[in-house]
Design a protein around this ligand. Sequence first.
Ligand code: SF4
Length: 352
Amino acid sequence: MIKRRKTRVVKVGSVKIGSSAPVVIQSMTKVPTVDVARCVRQIKQLVRAGCRLVRVAVPRRADTTAFAKIVRKVDVPLIADVHFSPDRAVEAIEAGAAKVRLNPGNIKNRKDIIRIIDAARMHKTAIRIGVNEASIRDLKKEPVPLRKRTALMLREMKRYVRLFESRDFTSLVLSAKSSEVVRTIEINRGIADTFDYPIHLGLTHAGLPEDARMPSAIAMGTLLAEGIGDTIRVSAAGNPVEEAEIAKQILTALGLYERSSVELIVCPTCARTGIDVIKLARRVEKAVRRIDKPLRIAVMGCVVNGPGEAADADLAICAAKNKGYIYRHGRKISVVPENEIIPAMLKELQKM
Ligand code: SF4
């Protein structure tokens, strides 16, 4: 069991973030915000994929107007993503944002930041202070050596948190992002050591989904295993539903996601493999896709090591030449010819 870091608990609409509250998956819409119907459709897809918060960018006045309509059409709390414009932040808060994602570094005027804080307090809106490596570079207007970036990001975060706290505002979630795995780990450890606010984890510009998967899993997985991280977003250039899927896989691997579907375990296969395990696993995956129970099914390639390796599964199929042994909770219950493996497995699942 992973021991989560003790933090303050921040409410984002109906969702609690921090301490022992489940790690929240979030993603971001990728259609124009002014296209309300498409935006709502994508938000609903993301909720179905496991997101409990969804972020929407509001760069123009027309977007905050659309945002107000979108808020009324969905059940999930929405986060307004704001850059540069204090007006957009205040408009989004007034439109019903449950949280605003803000990089105070790109809102130059202190008075403007205070205006946003006061509006957020009045509307009970949480704020995520987001610092990223690129904005640190912009702030310095000169190249910042790699070894100094983490310290600079932490210094900036301290400055912003002090400003929010000076206005008695503590509904904060903190995030510091880099596109580098090691710096992401380093800066988030620093934030976890310095503050007791919940942390949002992410790796910026992680790449196409197939390229984003591994660095995101390493960066976020390392931190989550240390108990650091209360919400996560996988950034990938593609369908945001894929982002949610990857996030879910990371959390599932760490035992931080309560599954409501079948978990399929497949042996890597070796020279002992009795039948085409991959083909069988694909058929099993297709057959159990719609089952909404947190069951663990194992498809193993032999009866030598298979039963031992699948002992923790609710149901296991261990293949031998032209046949399959079916195990339920580690106990052998039948032997069937290869072409009857799937029907026999489904029959057992029905009993379960
Ligand atoms: S279960 Fe059997 S076939 Fe599969 S990897 Fe292990 S030893 Fe090889």
